[in-house]
Ligand binder design. Structure first.
Ligand SMILES: Cc1cc2nc3c(=O)[nH]c(=O)nc-3n(C[C@H](O)[C@H](O)[C@H](O)COP(=O)(O)O)c2cc1C
Length: 388
C-alpha cells in the first residue's frame, strides 16, 4: 500500500502532491490570481450550505450516473482542463485521460497541454473532450479544431474568460513564469528547490523541458520547448468577442460548451449563440482575486437565466458533498481542476485514480445519507443555509 492509497481525502493527496514538487511549482498551482483570494472564495462558498437529509428513501443501489450528449457517464463530475499539467507530473495529460477512461468520466484536455490532442484521444477515445483557447491567428484556431475533430473528439469546450495571461503575486515573487521558464536571476534559488525534490526533478529532466506539444505544430519548425511556449504566449488572443463564438460555433459541428461565464446574461447569450451548455467558472480563482465564489455565481446564473439552459460548474470542489451542493444549487454537471491534479501529481496514474475514487465514493455515500438514490433526486431542498 502506497501513501497515495492511504490518503483518505483530497486534502491528503494535496499534501503529498505539494511535498513532491518544488515550491515554485506548488506556488503556481496554489497561488491563484492576485493574493489568492479567489481560490479561498471558491472553497469557502461551499461552507455557506449544509445538507438536509430526507429519511426512509430506498437508496439501493445508489446510482451516480449522468447522461450528457447521448452518452452515459459514471458520475456527476469530470476533469477540468488544466494547462501545462506535465509540470506537476510527467505525462499528466495522458495519465488523467487514462484514469478518466477507466472511471467512465469525461476528461477535458487543456488547449495549453503538454500532450497532443491525437495522443490523448488515442488513450481515451470516448472520454476526451477538447478545450480550445482561441489563438490570435484564426488559422491556428481552425487547425486546432480540425485536429480535434480528426482525432475523434466529440465535445468542444471553448474557454472565454482569459483575455490576458493571469498575474499572481505569489508567482511574481518566485519570478518564474511557467510559460517562459526561469531567468538567470531566479536560477540559483530554483536550483536548490529542485535539488531537494529529486523525484520531481528527475522526471522534469527526463522530459527534456516539458514542451507544449499541442502548440509545436504551429511554432516555427525546430523550435525548442521554450520557443514553443513563447509562441503560445505571443499568440494569446486578447481581442476575442462574441463574433469569435459565432465563428467557432459554425466550425464545430458537435456539442460545444462555453466555459468561464459568471453572469446570467452572458450565459443566456452563449446559449442563444448555439452553445449546448455553459460552464460557470472563474478559472479556479486564477482570473481575479476579487470575484465572488464560483458557487455564488452558479446560484446567480440559475436565478437569472432560468431552468432551461444546461449549466456546468467548476471551482472549489474538494469533497463529494461539494458535488451535491453544486447540483442542488443548479449545476447539471461538475468538474474538478486541482483535486485531480493533486492526485496525479502525488502518485501518477494511481494517484489520479485515487482522487477520482475518493470523490466518487464520497459522492455515493453522501447521496445515500441524504436519501437520494440517483443524481436527479438531488434537489434544492437537500441544502439549507448554514448559520453564520
Ligand atoms: C494550474 C491551473 C491551470 C489551468 N489551466 C486551464 C486551462 O488551460 N484551460 C481552462 O479552460 N482552464 C484552466 N484552468 C481552470 C480549470 O479548468 C478549472 O476551471 C479550475 O481549476 C476549477 O477550480 P478548482 O481547481 O478549484 O477545481 C486551470 C486551473 C489551474 C488551477
Amino acid at each position: 500500500m502506497t501513501a497515495v492509497d492511504r490518503a483518505v481525502n483530497i486534502e491528503g493527496l494535496r499534501r503529498l502532491a505539494l511535498r513532491r514538487m518544488p515550491r515554485f511549482v506548488g506556488d503556481y498551482l496554489e497561488g491563484g490570481a492576485g493574493d489568492g483570494g479567489g481560490i479561498r472564495s471558491n472553497v469557502n462558498a461551499f461552507r455557506q450550505y449544509k445538507l438536509q437529509p430526507r429519511a426512509l428513501a430506498d437508496v439501493t443501489p445508489v446510482d451516480t450516473s449522468v447522461e450528457l450528449f447521448g452518452r452515459k457517464y459514471a458520475s456527476l463530475f469530470g476533469i477540468s482542463p488544466v494547462g501545462i499539467a506535465g509540470i506537476y507530473r510527467r505525462f499528466a495529460d495522458e495519465l488523467l485521460a487514462e484514469a478518466a477512461r477507466d472511471a467512465n468520466i469525461p476528461f477535458v484536455l487543456s488547449g495549453a497541454s503538454h500532450a497532443t490532442i491525437e495522443t490523448v484521444a488515442r488513450v481515451a477515445p470516448d472520454h476526451t473532450w477538447y478545450q480550445l483557447y482561441g489563438a490570435h491567428t484564426p488559422e491556428v484556431t481552425d487547425r486546432m479544431l480540425g485536429r480535434a475533430r480528426d482525432a475523434g473528439v466529440k465535445v468542444l469546450v471553448y474557454t472565454v474568460d482569459y483575455p490576458l495571461q493571469p498575474r499572481s503575486e505569489v508567482v511574481s515573487r518566485t519570478g518564474v513564469s511557467m510559460a517562459t521558464g526561469p531567468t538567470i536571476r531566479t536560477f540559483p534559488k530554483l536550483f536548490l528547490d529542485a535539488l531537494v525534490h529529486p523525484f520531481w526533478t528527475a522526471d522534469y529532466l527526463r522530459s527534456g523541458g516539458m514542451k507544449l506539444e499541442s502548440w509545436t505544430a504551429y511554432a516555427p519548425p525546430g523550435s525548442s520547448a521554450k520557443q514553443v511556449s513563447a509562441y503560445y504566449v505571443q499568440n494569446w488572443n486578447n481581442a476575442q468577442t462574441w463574433r469569435d463564438l459565432d465563428r467557432i460555433r459554425s466550425l464545430w459541428k458537435g456539442p460545444m460548451i462555453v466555459k468561464g461565464l459568471v453572469h446570467p446574461d452572458d450565459a443566456l447569450r452563449a446559449v442563444q449563440a448555439g452553445a449546448d451548455a455553459v460552464t460557470i467558472s472563474n478559472h479556479g480563482g486564477n482570473k481575479l482575486d476579487c470575484m465572488q465564489g464560483a458557487l455564488d455565481s452558479l446560484a446567480q446564473v440559475r436565478a437569472g437565466a432560468g431552468k432551461d439552459i444546461r449549466v456546468f460548474f467548476d471551482g472549489g470542489i474538494r469533497r463529494g458533498s461539494d458535488l451535491i451542493v453544486a447540483k442542488a444549487i443548479g449545476a447539471d454537471f461538475c468538474f474538478t481542476g486541482r483535486a485531480t491534479i493533486y492526485g496525479v501529481a502525488a502518485g501518477g496514474l494511481r494517484g489520479a485514480k485515487r482522487a477520482i475514487d475518493i470523490l466518487q465514493s464520497d459522492l455515493a455515500y453522501t447521496m445515500a445519507m441524504i436519501g437520494c438514490r440517483t443524481v436527479v433526486d438531488i434537489t434544492r431542498d437537500h441544502v439549507i443555509a448554514a448559520r453564520p
